[in-house]
Every structure is written in C-alpha cells, then in structure tokens.
Design a protein around this ligand. Sequence first.
Ligand SMILES: Nc1ncnc2c1ncn2[C@@H]1O[C@H](COP(=O)(O)OP(=O)(O)O)[C@@H](O)[C@H]1O
Ligand SMILES: N[C@@H](CCC(=O)OP(=O)(O)O)C(=O)O
Length: 373
Amino acid sequence: MGRTEFAKVKRVVIKIGSSLLTKGGRGLDTSSIASWVSQMVGLKQRSIDVVLVSSGSVAEGMSRLGLKIRPKTLHELQAAAAVGQMGLVRVFDDNFQQHGHHAAQVLLTHDDLTDRQRYLNARSTLLTLLKFGVVPVINENDTVATEEIRFGDNDTLAALVANLVEADLLIILTDQKGLYTGDPGVYPDAELITQISVNDSRLEKMAGESRSGLGRGGMYTKVKAARLASRSGAATVIAPGVYDDVITQVISGKDIGTHFLPDIEPLVARKRWLAGQLQVKGKLVLDAGAVKVLKSDGKSLLAVGVKSMSGKFERGELVSCIDENGLEIARGLINYGKADAELITGKSSAEFEKILGYADDAELIHRDNMVLM
Ligand SMILES: Nc1ncnc2c1ncn2[C@@H]1O[C@H](COP(=O)(O)OP(=O)(O)O)[C@@H](O)[C@H]1O
Ligand SMILES: N[C@@H](CCC(=O)OP(=O)(O)O)C(=O)O
C-alpha cells in the first residue's frame, strides 16, 4: 500500500510511545494527548476504525511516585505501571468523552495472544468494541506479566494487535522524525528514511535501541513491528508525534515519517497467529534439502531432514526451524514431544512405528501448522 492509498484505509492501529506521552518523563502531556484524540475522532468521523496502543504507564507512574530513574526490579515496575495506568486511561477517557466518544481499556498479556482460544476471544472483543464505535485503548497488563511472558515493548504489542484486528495501517508515533540510517543521537549525520520495504536487509543495521530510559524498544522493535504487521498486509508509518496534525497528515498521504511497504503476501489468519508467537520451546536444525523444500515448495517438515534439536517441547508446542548457519527458516507446531522427536531425527516416516512403537503423524511439522520466517 503506497501513501496515496492511505485515503482508502478502513482500520488503523495507532501506537504512542512513553517519551512522547510523558514529555520525556515529566508527567502526561495533556495538550498533545488532546490533539491526538481530536485527530483520532476526525478519523472516526470518516468511518475509519481506530485502535490505540498507548504506552506510558510506567513513565507516568514514575512521575507520580517521584521516581527519577526507571525502576530495575519487576515488582517496582509493576507497581509504577499500576499507578500510571490510572492516569493514562483517565486522560484518554476524558478527552474522548469531550468529543462524545467512548474509549475502552484493554490490558493484554502475551499469554492472551499465545493461547489460540484467548487470542480468538481478544479478537472478538476488540471487533465488538469497534462495532460499537468505541476506541480500544490497549496496553500490556504490566501488573501481572512476568518477565518470561512479557511483550516488553508496546511496538510488538501494537503489531500483534494490527494482525489481530486486520488493520490496514499501523502508525507508530515516537520522539523522532522517523527511522534514520542510524540513531541520530549517536550519528548526527544520519539521514531520515522516507520509504523502505520491510524486507530491506539494511534495516537491521540502521535500527538501534532506546536511549531515553523511558521507552523500551527504540527503533529496533519498531522495525520488527513493521515486519510483523506486514504479515497481515498492514503498512506501517513511524512518525513524529510532536508534529501538528501528524495522524491526519499521515492518513492524507503526506510524506512524513518512515513508510514501510509490506511487500509480502499476507498470511492466512491461523498462520498469522503462529507468526506472532514470541516464545519458541525448541530449535530444529535442518539439512539443506529440508530448507529447500520448506522454502521453495511449501512442503511439510519430515524428520528425515532434521539433523539435530535442542530445547524442551511437548507435542503441539511451537519450535523454530533453523538452517545449519543458525538462520531461522520457519516456525511451527511440532507433532512429537522432544523425547520421541529425538529418536526419529533423520529417520523416514516408515520407520517411526518400529522405533517408537506407534506412528501418529508422518510429518514432524505439518505445513498447515508452519509459517516461513
Ligand atoms: N535509526 C534510528 N533512527 C531514529 N531513532 C533511533 C534509531 N536507532 C535508535 N533510535 C532511538 O530510538 C528512540 C525511539 O524509541 P523509544 O525510546 O523506544 O521511543 P518510544 O517511547 O516512542 O517507543 C529514539 O529516541 C532514538 O534514541
Ligand atoms: N507497558 C509499558 C510499555 C513500555 C513501552 O513499550 O514503552 P515504549 O517503548 O515507549 O512504547 C508502559 O505502559 O509503560
């Protein structure tokens, strides 16, 4: 989707980062929030569905509690988030109410999107809110998320939400003009990229981490988010949140920020859910032949093409398939638990019964349960 096509956007996910929302950590920037909300209301008046992913609970909690630096321990972070989230929802609710619109607080954990049933539930609820004309205001449920199951950064969460609701466009508002060829705070000569394909291999080198002490991901997670969003066909724009009418300008196709072209075939719904999973339980190293049939022929993975494996996984859990150089080729739900999978590694399906005493599935990972990375 080129910028000129943004006029046709029907559903947009807008993510606002912590440093923007909290004026670099000095409390909520109420005048900017009022402006963003009125722009979002403008989109709704044009029948565009709007989902907001708002960070800032920890930063606002820090400001309310008088904490000068971001807490290090998980419990302190969680406590700060609980305090700050109150302020966040209040200010968004007040602003939407002033325009006669409703907002709804939705707090998600990674588990909610990993479990297929809960994923489908979250999707139905969000779609119902949109049907009611409500703007969901989403954040990670920081107070209950443990370290292992955190999204950690809201860029990833926003991309998964864009997948979940099948948005056409993800707008990530941040404290920079967009993605530069390098972190402009470190490389003053870095140049702003206005348009780039999510598949461009230079992206890894350009995008650095956050240095603000308020936000989490920096540009690295924003680029990853653009890639993830593209899996459901969404374009992404990383745009400067401080610009006047930034949201309205992006939607009207103005050349601001960095526009990521999706450039890949959108995945079907189930595969999108698979691609969005963040926790893999094991790794399978494939031989060159298996890599080829997976990549070019879209076939299922057979045990005969697996050289070795690591991790701990049960039947039905998510594993990553890598080539002999460690490059991830695919992810999928494996048909055998680790103990049995190891026994049949490198063997043909005809031998499974003799080795295991049973033979469930001929494939180690069926192609319907696998997504290429
Ligand atoms: N290539 C880059 N272009 C622009 N900013 C970059 C780049 N690499 C790293 N950054 C850093 O990413 C920061 C934005 O990310 P972050 O602090 O997580 O913001 P947010 O709170 O909006 O998510 C910038 O302020 C900058 O320091
Ligand atoms: N859930 C956390 C998100 C932190 C986060 O991702 O921040 P950012 O990098 O500014 O989007 C919060 O609200 O503080």
